[in-house]
Design a protein. Structure first.
Length: 190
């Protein structure tokens, strides 16, 4: 079992990978990443997301052609979709915001699992949903919302492994009790 410090270290050290080597991702590792997406929190445990797992180079190249947000050539790609037919059968209104949150939690689990397995990962939301739907032969009730690129990082990342010039401190993000309040004595704890 992973300890909390190991989990937090994984969260702190994960970076987005945009460029990948040509080395194939082992199927076993890809399945572990998809399994991590399966275990993501889901509103009401509805599980409205579906994953399209792709390792076929030709399909990835077709998707890359309609995805300006995909800069490199990953050797594996997980397309996270929302199952609107299931959503409707459970009484969810069209474009129910919880479904989009579920996509994000699944993606983050996949990104972290990839990092823990020594792989590079990166999310992509800039793509033609209709073109991706056509390439993947998705039915109308299944919409692609986000993709997770997976592969071994290329030796160099053209944009580097960027960190902000000044790291955001936790104190810069938190107001205690009401917006605008400062932490007591500069401490986050009580």
């Amino acid at each position: 079992m992973t300890s909390l410090p190991d989990c937090l270290e994984c969260i702190k050290t994960r970076r987005v990978t945009r460029y990948f080597s040509e080395e194939a991702v082992p199927r076993e590792a890809f399945v572990k990443i998809l399994e991590a997406g399966r275990w993501a929190p889901s509103g009401g445990n509805r599980r409205l997301h579906r994953f399209i797992a792709i390792q076929d180079r030709e399909i990835i190249e077709l998707i890359r052609a309609v995805s300006p947000g995909m800069l490199g050539y990953p050797s594996a790609l997980a397309v996270i979709c929302i199952d609107w037919a299931k959503a409707g059968s459970l009484g969810c209104k069209p474009h129910h915001h919880g479904a989009y949150i579920d996509v994000g939690t699944a993606a983050e689990n996949m990104l972290l699992a990839g990092h823990a397995l020594g792989l590079g990962t990166g999310p992509v939301t800039s793509f033609s949903a209709s073109a991706v739907s056509t390439i993947l032969r998705l039915p109308d009730w299944l919409t692609p919302e986000m993709m997770v690129c997976i592969g071994y990082p290329a030796g160099t990342q053209p944009f580097g492994r960027s960190l902000p010039a000044k790291l955001t401190r936790l104190e810069d993000l938190i107001s205690w009790e009401q917006f605008g309040s400062a932490s007591v004595g500069g401490s986050l704890g009580r």
